[in-house]
Design a protein around this ligand. Structure first.
Ligand SMILES: Cc1ncc(COP(=O)(O)O)c(C=O)c1O
Length: 343
């Protein structure tokens, strides 16, 4: 039997969250508690009649709307099969064969895995107070520095000024800011790093999986210098974003009311969830995302207790933070389930 490349044996595979029997109890994967916009369902049904044709390779209509939204040129936007595909493209282009990545410890798992896949060196810089230690990260002469803002799995967010300073001082060739959860931040200082992506040394990742509720359709995008986008275009699979996914993303983008409702729900229920968990005697990391990291001396016991009430959460040990449990901001009904489980 053929042997895989030897460095692949070092990789601890990604362990996805599980779903519970009900959507209200599925709090392991940070999915949207309000689902996708009804417009998305209509758009997908309509696009299904053209399923026999290949999708637009670069998703031009979507790319142009995103460019308008972010006030950049369409040449600075690249769509991907979820932002995870773009993370892999970045690793192939800038880390393969002897490259060096720096990320937080714990990192978003795919930043680490994609670097290991291409046999790059990974320097992990421990968080300080649950937040990226940007000063220590800036000292690492890496090819790519990954900053997840708000961070997964902690939910902490850095202010724009800190990222601006990091971009100016980091020894890394490229700073990648992953903003999968930025729409849920209500700290007015924690705004998008897209303005920095206009200057060339910063690339920003976004996803339709979270606030838009399209996790099952797989659409993410990169905002970066046009040269970076052109490089990634040469190595990507041409049809990685399907036509149903493109139609869904366009419909989601054109429904700002739904987006606002998801944001509002998330911010309100994040507060309620925090109150519930702290009242039950646990400490939590203050979150700006659509999940909460709960500190517990016995994560397996808490996971099992919640599972007995039909609630699936993510054990922190699978995310590099043993002694914690990560739970998504739930629906109102999900919050009641939790209340009963913790009573
Ligand atoms: C920080 C971060 N980046 C990227 C992703 C993946 O997004 P996508 O579904 O677009 O691949 C996630 C998903 O949980 C995430 O937490």
């Amino acid at each position: 039997m053929i042997a895989p490349r030897p460095w692949l044996s070092r990789i601890h595979p990604y362990r996805p969250g599980t779903h519970s029997a009900t959507e209200d109890g599925s709090l392991a994967s940070n999915e949207s508690p309000l689902g996708a916009s009804p417009e998305v369902v209509r758009a997908v049904a309509q696009a299904a009649s053209r399923a026999h044709t290949y999708p637009d390779p670069l998703a031009d209509e979507l790319r142009t709307e995103l460019a308008g939204l972010h006030e950049v040129s369409p040449a600075q936007i690249l769509l991907g099969n979820g932002s995870d595909e773009l993370i892999f493209l970045l690793a192939w282009a800038y880390l393969a064969h002897g490259g060096h990545a720096v990320c937080a410890d714990p990192a978003y798992r795919m930043d680490e895995i994609s670097s290991q896949v291409v046999n790059a060196r990974v320097t992990k810089v421990p968080l300080r107070d649950w937040t990226h230690d940007l000063d220590a990260m800036a000292d690492v002469a890496a090819d790519i520095a990954y900053v997840v803002n708000p961070h997964n799995p902690t939910g902490t967010a850095l202010p724009f000024e800190a990222l601006d300073h990091f971009a100016a001082t980091s020894r890394a060739g490229l700073v990648v800011v992953d903003e999968a959860y930025v729409d849920f931040a209500d700290n007015p200082a924690a705004t998008t790093a897209v303005p920095l992506a206009r200057e060339g040394r910063v690339a920003v990742l976004r996803t339709f999986s979270k606030i838009h509720g399209l996790a099952g359709l797989r659409v993410g995008y990169l905002v970066a210098d046009a040269e970076i986008v052109a490089t990634l275009r040469t190595i990507r699979a041409p049809f990685s974003v399907g036509s149903l996914a493109q139609a869904a993303a366009l419909a989601a983008l054109r429904d700002p009311e739904h987006r606002q409702a998801v944001r509002q729900h998330t911010i309100e229920h994040r507060t309620l969830l925090t109150e519930l968990i702290t009242t039950a005697g646990y400490r939590v990391v203050p979150s700006q995302a659509n999940f909460l990291l709960v500190q517990t001396p016995d994560e397996q016991r808490l996971v099992a207790r919640l599972a007995a009430h039909g609630i699936a959460v993510r054990p922190g040990s699978t995310l590099g933070v043993p002694g914690t449990v990560r739970m998504s901001v739930p629906t109102a009904r999900g919050l009641e389930l939790l209340q009963r489980a913790l009573a």
